[in-house]
Design a protein around this ligand. Sequence first.
Ligand SMILES: Nc1nc2c(ncn2[C@@H]2O[C@H](COP(=O)(O)OP(=O)(O)O)[C@@H](O)[C@H]2O)c(=O)[nH]1
Ligand SMILES: [Mg+2]
Length: 395
Amino acid sequence: MISELNQTPKAMRLHIGVFGATNAGKSTFINTISGQDIALVSPVAGTTTDPVFKPMELLPLGPVVFIDTAGLDDTSELGELRIKKTISQLEACDAAVLVISSENTDAAKIDEYVQTIKKAKIPFIVVVNKINGKTSGLDLNSFEAPAIEADLSDKNSIAAVKEMLVGLLKDNIEEPPLTSDLVKKGDVVLLIAPQDIQAPKGRLILPQVQILRDLLDNECLVMTVTTQNIKAALESLSAPPSLVITDSQIYKEVSQIIPKEVRLTSFSMLMAKNKADINRLVEGAKQIDKLCDGDKVMILESCSHHPLEGDIARIKLPNLLKKYTGKNLEIVTVSGQTLPEDISDVKLAIHCGGCMVNRRSMLAKQNKFERLGIPMSNFGVAIAYMNGILNRVCY
Ligand SMILES: Nc1nc2c(ncn2[C@@H]2O[C@H](COP(=O)(O)OP(=O)(O)O)[C@@H](O)[C@H]2O)c(=O)[nH]1
Ligand SMILES: [Mg+2]
């Protein structure tokens, strides 16, 4: 009998590559996590030569395929070819697991593997294996990725590893819904989209279009108005709307007009939830209160030239930060994808909404700042916080 699991096309499954040195325990990892002896395990180094695909159901995520690869350290002539193949395999993966044996902890080699995976720009976890009840002595915080020690020969040890892997995949690959967790079929939703000087001529901006489309897909009844027509819109409805979504720059005005019992949110809060880990962005915004005179705040824009948000990044947000904190802050704006070399003196980072970048790269940036111990928020969340309405909005 063909199970439903096996009917999911391979292309639709998340591909998880398992990488590491020969004999690290890559095949053992796949066997233990799937509970089956499918990948060939051998105490002799170099048993797995070509990538082997192992489909399975990784609950609660669903169908995935693990890819068992040849060791990244095979120095034979044939080995070099295998490594090339392994690296091209890596680039086609959605996520990776780097298995390191605690019996083989050559720091330079480990760093080489980590850099190889990082170059492929895919999220990964590090599993330090064969610890046999001891600790490996490796610094688990040094990998720039979640890392865990485990005994892969022990089925109980794999539960924590599985949880870490599922967490990684959830954060990185599953996009949280824009609106479907806030609305239901038939709900009336009011959108407030000021067509002011910053709005592009003749069109709506991407977050507005995406959210409108999402609401239509959820069979909502959507009304879109500019700021001056909020009252007229409310009066035209026989009952209050079930949700109001506004541009975050006019939060204050809108929250004064919209009755308290009506749920309010902003385009940027919904985009932040979809694009990044919003809870961490909210935590980051709370750090604004801790800023002192002379502290450096870094404002980051994903695009080098962004006519819409340029004004927010350079004028509105800096002014709001200074006014709200009353402190003499040093505010720098960085455009584009590359960060300055040394950002260790930054006390707070505030990122743009990232409408042109994907969730994976926003999360990577959040992780980077977290590793550096720098709190990070984004424009919409920080503005909501400083306007005192973060408790008022839903997301
Ligand atoms: N003691 C111990 N042995 C392990 C563990 N993981 C793997 N091994 C053994 O290490 C050897 C190499 O494992 P294998 O999965 O074939 O390595 P691969 O080359 O990376 O696929 C085998 O003999 C495994 O049984 C572990 O966590 N603890
Ligand atoms: Mg193997």
